[in-house]
Design a protein around this ligand. Structure first.
Ligand code: ARG
Length: 458
């Protein structure tokens, strides 16, 4: 008989050491200890209302649970691998502390609805923290945008210089991605905010539990409607990990831009020394390791997302032990995403744009589109104007000149429609400010975008 297991009654041999090691989850799911106890406190109340526990019994259980919680928080709790998971560790300790009555806590509850409830409670807390971190990052980006309205930089497509933009436009572009991430996490939160508790192992329970009462005590806004699904569903982990994944993709793209911009060749930004690292062999190096690791960790979080998706695929209804594999990818992604959000916020706050370097690079050939548009305004079809200015670009390149150095006579060689006012266009900030459309890079448009951003980040 395997008396030391909570489920040992029907067994005649004690568990193989290997199985104990292979199946345990307490080494990682102890992360759920606090929410597990919170859940048990609510379940105790529900059991009391259902007439399963007397007032005294409920009091004894609650006191026991709270003393365990205290020890866990203080790091004094002794976790036992042979008790498999966080749930059974806490239950066994409760019985040790308060005696047989502790054994009543698990009435009308299975670890299947218990773990599903814990995990949803845990993710609700984590999402709230992630939303705060996203907000702090958005604020840092908005702040930098506000400081860089008057800096003009080249915008890129294909990583080739394209058209001048205001640097604020670039900061606000990334901010926009994090706005979407915020909405996505809020949406995941809304959908997972429902209580599985009272679903039992799969079929519901044969005690008169008021599931709505427990849900309310636990702060859930809804109760899951189908007990099979309530214990079998892990969609919320897939959605959550995908939200983490997409946010990491955004962080990774931003990291990549900054890594390039911090290179000597670009020299667009200075990264704060305290956020960079050196080389053990090359005294000259200042490396953007935090950014590189954020970029790298995006791969890792995608892995977490793929892992959980493949664990779920093909599981028969309802709970299967495979679902224990949902924890580590989620814990890993939570830790990785939170760290990356903090790291990126610090980088953005400490970032110093190098205005001269950016502006020196913003002009020249990036001014070409506007010269073509100038001719279009004089009635030349755009295709022809494109061709005329194309030859002009060839001329400038051949002579090793910059567009800004062109004289009116030179312009006229390509089209006599060019007038004095065309020379006005040969300035990056002028070119940027002509793009006044909604969402465009003109100063007046940027100021509106900034105004909105500031309102949203409060
Ligand atoms: N540690 C398990 C998990 O994380 C708890 C549920 C176990 N249920 C069971 N019937 N073995 O999924």
């Amino acid at each position: 008989m395997s008396q030391n297991k909570p489920w040992g009654g029907r067994f005649s041999e004690s568990t193989d050491q290997f199985v104990e090691e292979f199946t345990e989850s307490v080494s990682f799911d102890r992360e759920l200890a606090e929410v597990d106890i919170r859940q048990s406190l609510a379940h105790t109340e529900t059991l009391k209302r259902a007439g399963v526990l007397s007032d005294e019994e409920a009091e004894a259980i609650k006191r026991g649970l709270l003393s365990i919680l205290e020890d866990i928080k203080a790091g004094r709790f002794e976790w036992k691998r042979e008790l498999e998971d966080v749930h059974m560790n806490i239950e066994r300790e409760l019985i040790n502390r308060i005696g047989r009555v502790g054994g009543k806590l698990h009435t009308a509850r299975s670890r299947n609805d218990q773990v599903a409830t814990d995990f949803r409670l845990y993710l609700k807390e984590q999402i709230k923290e992630i939303l705060e971190l996203l907000k702090a990052l958005r604020k840092a980006l908005t702040q930098k945008a506000a400081e860089s309205v008057d800096i003009v930089v080249s915008g890129y497509t294909h990583l080739q210089k394209a058209q001048p933009i205001r640097l604020a436009h670039w900061f606000l572009a990334y901010r926009e991605m994090f706005v979407r991430d915020t909405q996505r996490f809020a949406d995941v939160y809304r959908r997972l905010d429902a209580s599985p508790l009272g679903s039992g192992a799969l079929a519901g329970v044969d005690f008169p539990l008021d599931r709505f009462f427990t849900a309310e005590r636990l702060g859930f806004t809804r109760v899951l409607r189908n007990s099979l699904e309530a214990t079998a569903d892990r969609d919320f982990t897939v959605e959550f990990l995908n939200a983490c994944n997409i946010t990491m993709l955004h962080l990774s793209r931003l990291a990549e831009d900054l890594i390039i911009w911090a290179s000597e060749e670009f020299g667009y930004v200075d990264l704060p020394d305290k956020l960079c690292t050196g080389s053990s062999i090359m005294p000259n190096k200042k490396n953007p390791d935090v950014l590189e690791l954020i970029r790298g960790k995006a791969g890792r979080v995608l892995g977490d997302y793929v892992a959980i998706s493949t664990v779920i695929k093909g599981l028969p209804m309802a709970y299967n032990r495979d679902l224990q594999e949902d924890k580590e990818p989620v814990f890993d992604a939570v830790r990785t995403l939170k760290g990356s959000l903090v790291g990126m916020r610090k980088i953005i706050e400490g970032l110093k744009p190098r205005k001269e370097r950016m502006e020196e690079n913003a002009g020249n050939l990036t001014l070409a589109t506007d010269l073509a548009n100038y001719l279009v305004q004089k009635g030349v079809p755009f295709r022809e104007a494109h061709h005329i200015v194309g030859s002009l670009v060839g001329y400038v390149l051949e002579r090793g000149k910059r567009m800004e150095e062109l004289t009116l006579e030179e312009l006229k060689k390509f089209s006599d429609l060019f007038g004095e006012d065309a020379l006005e266009l040969l300035k990056p900030s002028v070119v940027a400010d002509r793009r006044k459309t909604y969402g465009g890079t003109a100063k007046e448009s940027i100021l509106k975008q900034l105004e909105n951003a500031k309102g949203e980040d409060l």
